[in-house]
Design a protein around this ligand. Structure first.
Ligand SMILES: [Zn+2]
Length: 253
């Protein structure tokens, strides 16, 4: 279950599945409470997409303050809709990376989204966290399987106890896709309305996690659609590319 936590003027979504554990701090950001102007209003956290850099830096300060973390000390990937996972032992920016993993404390792993699903994974025994940028391309290319394989093979994680939280993303209510996309997914994650097909990406993620041995009760889906909720979320699809980016952050404490 996801809860909206109001911190100053920001809204941070938290999964009760991750909140209930010690040793981890996390949040899925929304668009409210920042200083940017339209179409990046207001809490745009993405640089190099047309917003004024000073505003983005101010927004990042506000976001990391809400996450009780240092705005300079995070790890992020240059997201390319691929299937590469980076094992992180220091803050920084990592080329061509859509998933990050760490066992180090106090290094926030950051995912930037505006429709793609941010996914957090946590193995409480080995104290391993991972954050995944799960758009349809990365999901099809096996980024979730790659992440879980590294957790198991390199860090002795048990899939049965891994907790997963799937954050706000575009959902089947809004995510119309053509056959070039729908044909890559199983029938039970494609919805048909008026001869148009819609992709349920959180469900596709869920099925792949279960295939890897994750227990269904250890998967938390936000149920939040970025495209439906214009006041709360940026949506690349709804805003035709002219929009901001939200952040998801997770770190070990
Ligand atoms: Zn929707």
């Amino acid at each position: 279950m996801f809860n909206a936590v109001h911190t100053n003027d920001l809204i941070i979504y938290k999964s009760s599945l991750l909140n209930s554990r010690n040793g981890i701090y996390h949040g899925f950001g929304a668009r409210v409470g920042g200083v940017s102007n339209s179409p990046y209003n207001t809490l745009n956290l993405g640089l190099s997409i047309g917003d004024i850099p000073e505003n983005v830096h101010k927004n990042r300060e506000l976001f990391f303050q809400a996450l009780k973390s240092d705005p300079q000390q995070f790890a992020q990937g240059v997201q390319v809709h691929g299937n590469t996972i980076q094992i992180v032992d220091h803050p920084g920016t990592f080329e061509s990376t859509d998933a990050l993993l760490t066992i180090r404390k106090n290094i926030p792993l950051i995912i930037k989204t505006a429709d793609c699903a941010p996914v957090i994974l946590f193995e409480p025994e080995q104290e391993v966290i991972a954050a995944v940028h799960a758009g349809w391309r990365s999901v099809v290319k096996g980024i979730l399987e790659n992440t879980i394989r590294i957790m198991v093979e390199n860090f002795d994680c048990e899939p049965e106890i891994i907790k997963c939280a799937i954050g706000p993303s575009i959902r089947s209510c809004c995510y119309e896709v053509k056959s070039d996309v729908s044909s890559r997914f199983p029938d039970d994650v494609i919805l048909w309305k008026n001869n148009k097909s819609y992709l349920d990406i959180p469900k596709a993620i869920q099925l792949r996690l279960i295939d890897q041995g994750i227990q269904i009760e250890n998967i938390d889906d936000s149920q939040l659609c970025t495209a439906c909720n214009e006041k709360l979320f940026f949506s690349h699809r709804r805003d035709k590319g002219k929009t901001g980016r939200m952040m998801t952050a997770v770190y070990l404490t």
